[in-house]
Design a protein around this ligand. Structure first.
Ligand code: HEM
Length: 321
């Protein structure tokens, strides 16, 4: 097999940049996840996820992150293959160096991280992009349009369902349609069509009252199903329905087997990162005998902080703390 020729130092530098970027992302991700531990019915975490979902800078960052992640895999595999091809004779068992053992460990832990990341994406990210069905939420004020509030108010007053109310309203208006000009008639038809579009949203609003689906701060309507999400997207595309990750994380981590899978995930990340951190410094020539010890200690602290921070969420949620 012939691979395009890029100087191996360039490849190493690229792997270093990409690795450094991923290390920083993980610190950011871990810190944000700690909001799940607040007993505020998701106020902070939902606000954070909303920011992440609605900001175009973050959307670009997300694409860059996924691209960088794939680049990391491609580059490390490429580096490993070209290193192997450059070695004319395979090492004898006893001659295997520490570097060789390390890169083997990195390869195995890297593959495991990739597999566990797919599990993680099924739990969260795929819900966001609609590949997996979950529970969703929408900001109360976004769906309180004039039509929804009119239907809600009058239907409640008259003891009707939203649909019955719009039927009755239309029947009443149609009685006088022969007195209207074509322009007025068109206007009425448009208003009724808008009311009809608002009916399922008003029904959702009523269900939220009946089942007390509001978040504690009354900012969100919770427990929106996948079908209701599709309905909202169709009838009210501007309302920005989004996944309820606070609820989902708390629900997922109430099962011991999910907690176990995530703890294995973090242990593998620990093994991977404890080598990756000094490696990033080495790539940029920032290590020398004077700083090696400090870099090693810094790497250990960074990795432990990350892993403990990540692990705190499933463990404490499972314990109900
Ligand atoms: C307790 C542990 C974790 C929780 C609760 C968690 C939660 C989440 C959530 C809710 C999302 C979707 C966020 C959004 O798109 O708005 C997400 C996405 C993601 N997670 Fe995690 N995560 C955890 C650990 C990890 C770890 C250890 C890694 C990396 C090895 C990781 C990598 C990612 C990536 C790459 C994404 C997609 C990019 C993004 O949306 O920001 N996560 N995670």
């Amino acid at each position: 097999m012939k691979l395009p020729k890029i100087h191996s130092i360039t490849k190493k530098l690229l792997v270093g940049c990409v690795g450094g970027f991923l290390l920083l992302f993980l610190l950011f991700h871990m810190t944000a996840n700690l909001f799940i531990l607040r007993h505020d019915d998701g106020a902070w975490y939902s606000a954070f996820c909303h920011f992440m979902g609605s900001n175009w800078v973050v959307k670009i960052f997300e694409i860059v992150l996924l691209a960088v992640f794939l680049l990391h895999i491609v580059l490390t595999l490429w580096l490993a293959i070209t290193n192997r091809m450059a070695r004319p004779v395979r090492y004898h068992e006893q001659q295997r160096s520490k570097t060789h053992q390390n890169s083997k460990l990195m390869m195995i832990t890297g593959i495991l991280i990739f597999c566990l990341l797919i599990v993680h994406f099924f739990d969260f990210y795929f819900v966001k992009i609609g590949l997996v069905k979950g529970e969703y939420m929408v900001e109360v004020e976004k769906i309180q349009t004039d039509e929804v509030m009119t239907i809600h108010q009058y239907a409640t007053q008259q003891g009707m369902t939203p649909n019955e109310f719009v039927d009755a309203f239309e029947a009443q208006v149609r009685q006088y349609s022969h007195q209207l000009t074509p322009v007025e008639q068109e206007q009425i038809d448009e208003n009724i069509a808008e009311l009809r579009r608002a009916v399922p949203v008003a029904e959702l609003f009523e269900k939220a009252f009946a089942e007390n689906n509001f978040s504690a701060d009354h900012k969100w309507i919770r427990h929106i199903t996948y079908d209701e999400r599709q309905m909202l997207r169709q009838n009210m595309p501007e309302c920005g329905v989004e996944p309820d990750f606070y609820y989902r994380a708390r629900d997922k981590f109430s099962h011991w087997y999910t907690v176990l899978i995530y703890l294995v995930f973090f242990a593998v990340i620990y093994l991977h990162l404890s080598h990756a951190f000094p490696s990033v410094f080495q790539t940029f020539g920032l290590n020398n005998y004077k700083y090696n010890k400090a870099i090693e200690v810094l790497g250990k602290i960074y990795t432990w902080v990350l892993v403990i921070g990540f692990a705190a969420v499933p463990i404490l949620v499972f314990l109900g703390l």
